[in-house]
Design a protein. Structure first.
Length: 327
């Protein structure tokens, strides 16, 4: 049996290093962002193997047959269709590592090779983190409409328009999130009032404590405005110490973690109920590094593509809300 070539040995080195580090890479990607950290902690991660769409069921109404009757009373038998299925497109996030022949020809020493392999993987990991964070608060139109459905699309400032999950919000009012425009309103006077109303509106008509938002994410300026108010009334610290330790802030609102993101839309504050949100991935293609492919017209240079396939889906828009134009 012939001994492996230099390139074959490098392929194995990258593949082995990626495989060994993959669980930690995925963990780093999800814990680098407060939203995904909260989703992972609350077990809001889901998988679906293939399929034309990501199919996500939702229950949008109540069984109207429930009611009181007297002795010998009768009921009208009727079927109430309160369940439907949303369809979410698969989204494909990719990044690659290019291996230039000249770089490795100059660094054939074992220690230098190991350092180069890990540096390439670190760079790709950090770039995937940035891309995921940037797309999170988008409306799905990034990269020519190829970005995943972000919070900006699921929790919209104009929730009576557009199609989300295959359902037209202009047609179905139960598929609209809560919203409040604070344009021309002084945050020092109105922010706490608007937050209180939004929190309660998102929980109205639900059952149990899970009907209320369990995570609030905003931009840095809005976070600091709320922080100032907390200092005046007595600081309210979140109970999630790890989230605070990760640098996501240490505030809470009605016991729910409140944090900020550099990618969040300026002047926006999202009230999220993660019980009705799922980050769904194809387990076969969840941040896998592909085979090494030759680059045409670049002798001995090769490229390997990492791929993650999935999308953010929602099963109840009425439990989500946004306050925007906080100036």
């Amino acid at each position: 049996m012939a001994a492996p070539t230099y390139n074959e040995s490098l392929n194995v080195m990258y593949a082995t290093t990626w495989a060994l580090r993959k669980p930690k890479i995925i963990d780093n990607i999800y814990t680098a962002t407060p939203f995904f950290y909260a989703m992972k902690k609350r077990d809001r991660m889901d998988t679906q193997s293939g399929g034309r769409w990501i199919e996500h069921p939702l229950n949008y109404g109540k069984n109207e047959s429930v009611g009181f009757i007297g002795r010998g009373g009768t009921v009208d038998l009727a079927h109430y269709d309160t369940v439907t299925t949303t369809h979410w497109d698969w989204k494909y996030l990719t990044g690659h590592i290019i291996r230039y022949f000249a770089d490795f020809q100059k660094n054939r020493g074992k220690a230098a090779l190991i350092s180069k392999v890990n540096a390439d993987i670190d760079n790709l990991q950090n770039s995937l983190i940035d891309a995921t964070e940037d797309a999170l608060f988008g409306d799905g139109t990034g990269d020519a409409n190829k970005a995943f459905d972000g919070i900006g699309n699921i929790v919209a400032e104009a929730p009576a328009t557009g199609t989300v999950g295959g359902l037209n919000r202009a047609t179905y009012d139960w598929w609209r999130n809560k919203y409040k425009d604070m344009v021309d309103e002084d945050p020092s006077v109105y922010l706490s009032k608007r937050m209180r109303t939004m929190f309660n509106d998102c929980g109205a008509g639900g059952e149990g404590v899970s009907r209320f938002p369990d995570l609030i994410v905003c931009d840095q300026n809005s976070y600091e405005l709320y922080d100032e108010e907390c200092l005046e009334i007595g600081r309210i610290l979140m109970g999630d110490k790890k989230m605070a330790d990760l640098g996501f802030g240490d505030l809470a609102y009605k016991g729910r973690p409140m944090t900020w993101s550099p990618s969040c839309t300026d002047g926006s504050m999202y009230f999220l109920n993660t019980a009705f949100l799922k980050w769904t991935v194809d387990p076969v293609e969840n941040f896998n590094l592909g085979e090494w492919l030759p680059i045409i017209n670049q002798p001995r240079d090769v490229v390997s593509h990492a791929m993650a396939v999935g999308n953010l889906v929602c099963s109840n828009s009425k439990r989500q809300g946004v306050i925007f134009d906080i100036s």
